[in-house]
Design a protein around this ligand. Structure first.
Ligand SMILES: O=C1O[C@H](COP(=O)(O)O)[C@@H](O)[C@H](O)[C@H]1O
Length: 238
């Protein structure tokens, strides 16, 4: 499902509304809500809106469990940390249960530790995430699944380390099997710089299969694209 919004604010408001609705439904149905957050800059305003009214009051925060789809291997208070961004935007102000990836550890240790934490929380059920928020990089990456990485073909592990490159820190990422088992997956995409890659991901064929975002295909949940109009500019019929 693709929703195109006139501007960044409208997209962020709709995403915050969706998060709040899903949280209330999950807590009513199962007593808790488990969400994996995206990093980057696109979701920041969505997160800020979650700690303002009406969501501040409406979300049952004590039953909200926050995980991350990916993390950079830096200390928790480093401005490049995805955890740091979300804490600044909303989590420091809300009584949610926070399950960060420890970016200060060696990447392979951090990945194994997070995998154990997820499996213990999930009691082995790969479908434990109610919501996964994702972004889309200009190279087609999502979470920290980058073009050509072995993590794209992972079938067993839920969490893997991602080796650094000259332009990129080491990272930790959730893998396609765990993301694809979520009840709902939402991509947030904004800005005209994403127009070309969004077209390739949504309309590409053949060798475009190497694009990481195309590996995100829910097993039984719902996939939704929430896109700012500028980013949808190259899609057919838009
Ligand atoms: O590196 C990352 O980038 C992606 C995309 O970020 P965006 O701000 O361009 O939407 C993000 O989803 C991911 O979590 C982050 O680590």
């Amino acid at each position: 499902m693709l929703d195109v919004f006139d501007d960044f604010d409208a997209m962020s408001r709709a995403a915050a509304e969706l998060f709040a609705d899903r949280a209330r439904q999950a807590v009513r149905a199962r007593g808790r809500f488990a969400a994996a957050l995206a990093g980057g800059s696109t979701p920041t305003h969505t997160y800020e809106l979650l700690c303002r009214q009406p969501h501040r009051e409406r979300i049952p925060w004590e039953d909200v469990h926050i995980f991350w789809g990916d993390e950079r291997c830096v200390a928790a208070d480093d401005p490049r940390s995805n955890q740091h961004m979300a804490r600044q935007a909303f989590l420091d102000a809300m009584p949610a249960q926070i399950h960060p990836i420890d970016g200060a550890l060696a990447p392979d240790v951090a990945a194994l530790k997070y995998e154990s934490e997820l499996r213990a929380f999930a009691h082995g059920d790969a479908g434990f995430l109610d919501l996964v928020l994702l972004g889309l990089g200009e190279d087609g990456h999502t979470a920290s699944l980058f073009p050509g990485d072995a993590a794209l073909n992972e079938a067993q592990r839920w969490v893997l380390p991602v080796a650094p490159t000259p332009n990129r820190l080491a990272r930790i990422t959730l893998t396609p099997p765990i993301i694809n088992h979520a009840r709902q997956i939402v991509f947030l995409v904004s800005g005209s710089s994403k127009a070309d890659i969004l077209r390739r991901v949504l309309e590409g064929q053949g060798n475009e299969d190497v694009l990481p975002a195309r590996r995100i295909q829910p097993t039984s949940g719902e996939l939704r694209w929430m896109v700012e109009r500028k980013a949808a500019a190259n899609l057919a019929g838009r």
